[in-house]
Ligand binder design. Structure first.
Ligand code: FE2
Length: 198
């Protein structure tokens, strides 16, 4: 795919139509190595509800590409979704993802007891678990799903809303300062990549 389609921010000031409120994720979607293995992990172990498993023979452009789109429902009615697409599945796709270098997602539970119960349950299932980590505004455990995705389960601390309210007021300034501070490093790395590509 071409990088020409990436959004640029240069003209955002020209968007005069007010943004409607985004109410939350409907779903987030990832690749999975195997639909059945993924169902066992997210339904049988983590307790999500199997919501849909849609099998297709062609991709949206009409090319032959059998794939399954799986949806599992969380307690708030929103979904985590997966694509099982056998023709391009390889070990590199499903290597263990780094929670910072790649990405991770965080499920939420309502109490610290529930977080600890998940630690126990994952331990019983011989899934390696890291944590809990005290992030002050929340407490989290981390583990990997069978496809290499970095998963987090988190519970809000009693101070969560107060901490977030205080951070919210200064977040735009903090992002601006960070961007200024790291600009030289980013530009130096981009120059290296461009030179390597030439
Ligand atoms: Fe996180």
């Amino acid at each position: 795919m071409s990088n020409e389609l990436l959004a640029k921010v240069a003209h955002i000031g020209e968007a005069l139509t007010p943004a409607p409120k985004i109410t939350g994720f409907h779903h987030i979607a990832y690749r999975c190595r195997d639909a059945e293995e993924t169902r066992k992990f997210y339904v049988d172990l983590l307790g999500l509800k199997p919501a849909a498993a849609l099998a297709f023979e062609k991709d949206p452009a009409g090319r032959d590409m059998p794939f399954m789109h799986l949806f599992f429902e969380m307690g708030d009615g929103r979904f985590i979704a997966f694509f099982d697409e056998p023709s391009s599945a390889d070990d590199d796709t499903f290597r263990m993802k780094d929670g910072i270098a790649d990405y991770h997602f965080a499920f939420e539970v309502g109490t610290m007891d529930e977080l600890k119960t998940f630690m126990t349950r994952l331990g019983e299932a011989k899934v390696p678990v890291f944590g809990p980590i005290d992030h002050h505004f929340c407490h989290s455990i981390y583990f990997f799903d069978p496809s290499g995705l970095a998963c987090e389960i988190t519970v809000r601390d009693a101070k969560h809303d107060a901490i977030m309210a205080a951070e919210s007021d200064r977040s735009a300034q903090a992002i601006h300062e960070w961007t200024e501070k790291t600009r030289a490093l980013k530009e130096a790395r981009m120059k290296l990549f461009r030179e390597a590509a030439d």
